[in-house]
Design a protein around this ligand. Structure first.
Ligand code: SAH
Length: 239
């Protein structure tokens, strides 16, 4: 069983969306487990203090190193990566999600306020992961994002194993467009919209070729960064 542990000041936020649909079903079936542990339980005083003013001044509060460190020590397990959700971290990716899904589980530390005391990051060698170049008010949604990505990659969670390998990012390309019935649909402006002819042709080879061309075209236009990386990778393979 893949084990996710979240250290948070808001354990009641979990499992939240992860209690539903694909991830929720897998949780109920015991494919993975989730423990949301309240950092406040490790506070040293009777007020349950978890934060304090920053040395050097400035706005906001900082999560105390003694409290957070005690919490990490209490739940850390050998072989389980210790991650701090942080806008300063390495950008999260499908590739990192795949790696984490192959481990026994993850420990995800959710920051709040201005963040955590730097010494905790050093002392526990926390890996900092960001879910994007924007600032959230806490690490919980970011932690759920990482968990969700990992869980759907666990064996048996997704219906068809093939559906994972053809998805966006798995091979550096975005996904092709999807269509379902009806084959002809009139949108709100009354314009008749038809499904691309090739998809109803029944010719699997042509469908695959069309989809690959769509993926390349969409990636090239929308994500020049991914496109450039893929071109470099293919070039290196040819060498
Ligand atoms: N002062 C910080 C922002 C703190 S936001 C800064 O300027 O970088 C509070 C907490 O939310 C962070 O400690 C982190 O755990 C979480 N968080 C915010 N944005 C995030 C992001 N893009 N990715 C991952 N975690 C994030």
């Amino acid at each position: 069983m893949w084990r996710a542990t979240a250290l948070t000041l808001f354990p009641e936020m979990f499992p939240g969306p992860l209690g539903h649909s694909l991830a929720g079903k897998a949780l109920k079936e015991g494919v993975w487990s989730l423990a949301a542990v309240d950092i406040r339980r490790f506070a040293k005083d009777r007020h349950g203090t978890v934060d304090d003013a920053p040395f050097g001044g400035g706005a906001g509060m900082v999560m105390k190193p003694d409290v957070l460190s005690a919490a990490i020590e209490a739940v850390a397990e050998p072989g389980v990566p210790k991650i701090l959700l942080s806008p300063r971290g390495a950008p999260f990716s499908q590739a990192r999600g795949r790696e984490l899904a192959a481990r026994p589980g993850v420990l995800l530390v959710c920051g709040r306020f201005e963040g955590v005391d730097e010494r905790v990051i050093e002392a526990h060698a926390l890996e900092e992961i960001s879910v994007g170049d924007f600032v959230l008010s806490g690490g919980e949604i970011a932690a759920m994002t990482v968990m969700d990505c990992c869980v759907r990659l666990l064996p048996g969670v997704m219906g068809e194993p093939a559906s994972a390998s053809e998805e966006s990012f798995e091979d550096g390309l975005l996904e092709y467009p999807h269509y379902t019935r009806p084959a002809i649909w009139s949108g709100p402006d009354g314009t008749e919209r038809r499904v691309p002819e090739v998809l109803v042709s029944g010719h699997h080879g042509k469908v695959a070729e069309w989809r690959m061309r769509q993926r390349e075209e969409i990636t090239r236009r929308r994500r020049p960064d991914l496109w450039a990386r893929r071109r470099n990778a293919t070039r290196n393979e040819e060498k």
